[in-house]
Design a binder for this molecule. Structure first.
Ligand SMILES: *[C@@H]1O[C@H](CO)[C@@H](O)[C@H](O)[C@H]1NC(C)=O
Ligand SMILES: *[C@@H]1O[C@H](CO)[C@@H](O)[C@H](O)[C@H]1NC(C)=O
Ligand SMILES: *[C@@H]1O[C@H](CO)[C@@H](O)[C@H](O)[C@H]1NC(C)=O
Length: 329
């Protein structure tokens, strides 16, 4: 017991100490110096909407008199917005944001320097930085302006790969922004290795993606084409069921199997017919016998027994024949 405690005690003590040190450090950082805080998640907007990029000081303090800067990773020069003492300096603003960015001046005394961008465009997508030079503090906001016009992927059969005994499928989907990725999956959800994804960009900045894959019979035949934007958790997918006989090359085993099945059926029909003919013949024979005088009664009884026996054996032998033919196939 004492031995066990010796083993456990120092470890948990160490854990407690490190947590304590972490809390002390965290408190020091938070108390000593205000921090700029941005959103923890990617902001997603639709083209044409207005968005607010959040950014504020914590703990709050008045920044009305300070220089406030917003820049974007998508711009080489100038600012998205810049102000000094709550006055915007428009000469430093990038023309692509002219008349489209503003701040909430009343909020500055609470340390809130959030930025509003109106009528966002696809190419406003990027990482924005709010910065207070006097405090050397910054925070980042990731904005994605996404389209809502993406079409469900369309899968078409584009050919047969005779070398690999596979079927070539093509998938295409249009109306995407930002650029999506395209995946092929088999029925168990495993990734299929496909050709490179072709990407086209239209005059409206929207992306069309397409890809081809060769599907083999072993992939099970429920194939999925998925187009997705992982960063903003958007996806669309289409399933296709490839019939098994698509994998057979013409005049190969499938034709042989069909031929076998047909001849088997013919054999069985012929067998049944011949049995029926045989029985009918026998019955006629018996009816003739029945019309004979009474002294032949014993004969008739015997032949009736023969008839039932014949019927039983022939039907059971037909069954056996059927079974053996299936097995041998
Ligand atoms: C900052 O101001 C904007 C605009 O009024 C508001 O939406 C946002 O909630 C404010 N942020 C904080 C932390 O108060
Ligand atoms: C963004 O796209 C608009 C048209 O939609 C174009 O006028 C502008 O120059 C583009 N800006 C950048 C930085 O590419
Ligand atoms: C194919 O697989 C998907 C899931 O990957 C499933 O939702 C769908 O119902 C399946 N279709 C068929 C015909 O099995």
């Amino acid at each position: 017991m004492a031995h066990q405690l010796n083993g456990l005690f120092p470890q948990s003590l160490l854990k407690a100490f490190s947590v304590l040190i972490f809390i002390i450090l965290l408190k020091d950082v938070c108390n000593g110096q205000p921090q700029l805080i941005g959103p923890s998640q990617v902001l997603v907007a639709r083209a044409g909407e207005d968005v607010i990029l959040p950014c504020h000081l914590e703990p709050a303090s008045d920044v009305s008199a300070m220089t406030l800067e917003w820049t974007s990773s998508s711009l080489d020069t100038k600012f998205v917005y810049v102000s000094r003492g709550s006055q915007e300096i428009e000469t430093l603003k990038n023309p692509s944001f002219k008349g489209r960015t503003s701040v909430f001046v009343d909020e500055h005394k609470h340390g809130n320097i959030s930025l509003r961008i109106s009528k966002v465009k696809f190419n406003d997508t990027g990482t924005y930085r709010c910065y207070i030079p006097e405090m050397k503090k910054d925070a980042f906001v990731e904005l994605v302006v996404a389209s809502d016009t993406a079409t469900s992927p369309v899968i078409t059969l584009s050919g047969i790969d005779k070398n690999r005994g596979g079927v070539v499928l093509q998938c295409e989907s249009a109306g995407w922004y930002p650029e999506p990725e395209l995946l092929w999956l088999d029925g168990e959800g495993n990734l299929l290795s496909a050709g490179p994804t072709e990407t086209l960009r239209g005059p409206d900045d929207l992306y069309t993606v397409s890809s081809r894959v060769t599907v083999e019979k072993r992939h099970s035949n429920n194939i999925t084409c998925r187009v997705q934007q992982r960063k903003i958790s958007q996806s669309r997918e289409t399933h296709i069921h490839v019939p098994e006989d698509f994998f057979e090359i013409p005049s190969s085993s499938s034709a042989v199997i069909t031929g076998l099945a047909v001849s088997l059926a013919l054999c069985i029909i012929l067998l049944i017919l011949s049995v029926v003919v045989l029985l009918l013949g026998k019955r006629k024979h018996m009816m003739k016998n029945n019309r004979r005088p009474k002294d032949h009664t014993g004969d008739v009884q015997v032949s009736t027994e023969e008839e039932t026996e014949l019927l039983n054996t022939s039907s059971s032998s037909t069954k056996t024949k059927k079974q053996t033919s299936y097995v041998s196939r």
